[in-house]
Design a binder for this molecule. Structure first.
Ligand code: SF4
Ligand code: SF4
Length: 286
């Protein structure tokens, strides 16, 4: 089983639309939505939840008032000013555990927090692992790793040939968690100045982990000059540009109808995404 992760240097490049389309074209992949901060794949694939569970992203401190001698040591050591009136503010507490270790009375306990829920669902594109973060919770590599592990387990159970992952945008910890162990990356970019810069960054991260990268230029015709610069960049680094997808407002209409661009006639966009899949598919079968 091979793992393809779709990434982009920032949000809004069309990464999720492309992931949905590739998943539909695959027909026999398991899907992992690891863009948990802005999980949109479920809007397109309309999952029916089959299994769920809590996700604990970390711990926060709690003071057992019956043991606290009010010495004030924890208040002084907390660098996040999270303790006031010998009570921990759960929003400010970063769970560093410093107060827990210094408390002379053993009055501080570190408690797991429920940060969100993971789900395994059935969709028309195949089984999908995804997650929903609680309000004000931050995405973490831990949650991404959990979603990917659920997807891989499902793929093994089903004998699926590939896992297609919608990665988080950027180059931070969740992105690293979404690409570690992947066999192939598809970097989706747009022909803007920031798009070129973001592509350079994600290619740099992928290079660090020695994962092959393919490139897709979305809305390639909105700025042919910048599209040319991206192709030049890819050429210099030996990266294959497997997709050059034009801009078409029909894509938005497809999304409103909750369809991927290969389930709605988006003209050249649909054709180009199919062509791109034809180039990617053999690499997931090698
Ligand atoms: S360090 Fe322990 S005993 Fe001292 S104020 Fe904090 S919780 Fe109470
Ligand atoms: S765990 Fe760290 S951040 Fe939280 S209250 Fe204790 S010292 Fe402050």
């Amino acid at each position: 089983m091979k793992q393809l992760t779709v990434i982009s240097g920032k949000g809004g490049t069309g990464k999720t639309s492309i992931t949905a389309a590739l998943s539909i074209l695959s027909g026999k992949a398991v899907i992992a939505d690891c863009d948990v901060d802005a999980a949109d794949l479920h809007l397109l694939l309309e999952p029916e939840v089959r299994d769920s569970g809590d996700f604990s992203g970390g711990k926060i401190a709690r003071i057992d008032q019956s043991k606290c001698s009010r010495c004030g040591l924890c208040v002084r050591v907390c660098r996040f000013d999270a303790i006031e009136d010998f009570t921990v503010d759960s929003v400010s507490c970063e769970g560093c555990g410093f107060c827990f270790h210094v408390c002379p009375e053993g009055a501080i306990v570190m408690e797991s927090t429920i940060s969100g829920r993971w789900h395994v669902s059935g969709t028309r594109a195949g089984t999908m692992a995804h997650a929903r973060l609680g309000i004000a919770e931050e995405n973490s590599g831990k949650l991404v790793t959990l979603v990917r592990r659920k997807a891989v387990n499902c793929a093994e159970d089903e004998g699926a040939v590939s896992v297609i992952t919608d990665g988080p945008p950027g180059i931070g910890c969740p992105v690293i968690a979404s690409i570690t162990g992947a066999d192939l990356l598809l970097a989706v970019t747009e022909p803007t100045v920031s798009g070129i810069h973001d592509l350079e960054r994600v290619v740099g991260v992928a290079g660090h982990f020695h994962i092959p990268v393919l490139v897709c230029i979305n809305k390639c015709d909105i700025n042919p000059y910048n599209a040319g610069l991206i192709e030049q960049f890819c050429d210099e680094r030996g990266l294959a540009v497997v997709g050059k997808i034009p801009y078409d407002p029909e894509v938005t209409r497809a999304m409103i109808e909750r369809k991927s661009v290969v389930e709605h006639d988006c003209g050249a966009v649909t054709a180009e995404v199919r062509l791109m899949w034809d180039k990617i598919r053999p690499m997931l079968q090698e």
